[in-house]
Design a binder for this molecule. Sequence first.
Ligand SMILES: CC(=O)[C@@H](O)[C@H](O)COP(=O)(O)O
Ligand SMILES: NCC(=O)COP(=O)(O)O
Length: 237
Amino acid sequence: MTKLSVNINKIATLRNARGGNVPNVTKVAMDCEIFGADGITVHPRPDERHIRYDDVFALRSVIKTEFNIEGYPSKKFIDLVLKVKPEQVTLVPDAPDAITSNSGWDTNKHFDFLSEIVDVFNQAGIRTSLFVGTDTELIEKAAKTGTDRIELYTEPYASIYETNPKTAIEPFIEAARTAHKLGLGINAGHDLSLKNLHFFHANIPYLDEVSIGHALVSDALYLGLQETIRQYKECLK
Ligand SMILES: CC(=O)[C@@H](O)[C@H](O)COP(=O)(O)O
Ligand SMILES: NCC(=O)COP(=O)(O)O
């Protein structure tokens, strides 16, 4: 079964627009779980423009499924993750001023850096995942860091899916096969949506988990959160 982890960054973005506590991020996380989400993802950024560091602590005490914290491994981020002890940490190479994540790791260039950090989290008993593109050599190098999983950066899939689904999916099938052969678990995320998720899931072997936020929260404006999560879960059957 492929798990659905709901990224609640955009719930925090909405809350932060007014400065109060509406919508309540921890309540939304708990409701996502009640509505069928298999996990909750957050991606705290240095400017805390959506999820704040104190949200991450508050969420830890309410999440009953699987907590996935994504982010660039700055010292502050590493300390946060070690204190909060989520089930999974996903390391993402985004610059502090990035609007959103926009590439996977160059695991060749950052091999020593990533290996050291993966080791720290492995020793703390936290499952690790590295955000990567579909390049075979970079996935092979990711495996050598000792990471448990990779998260495939799916924006390149999402951006051409509608015009050419076959071309869009092929590199991801190959990447998933390579990762599986190397003993890696496989997650995927970024710009997955109700339009492109079913095809992705139907074609990608060994897919452990998808994390979805932007499109899912947008769909919830029309469908409601419960029905939206039901429809995303339906795509993963
Ligand atoms: C790694 C990844 O693709 C997501 O964490 C994405 O960056 C979500 O962040 P935003 O909601 O800020 O776009
Ligand atoms: N890891 C991807 C994620 O958490 C959500 O990305 P998006 O659905 O907001 O593009």
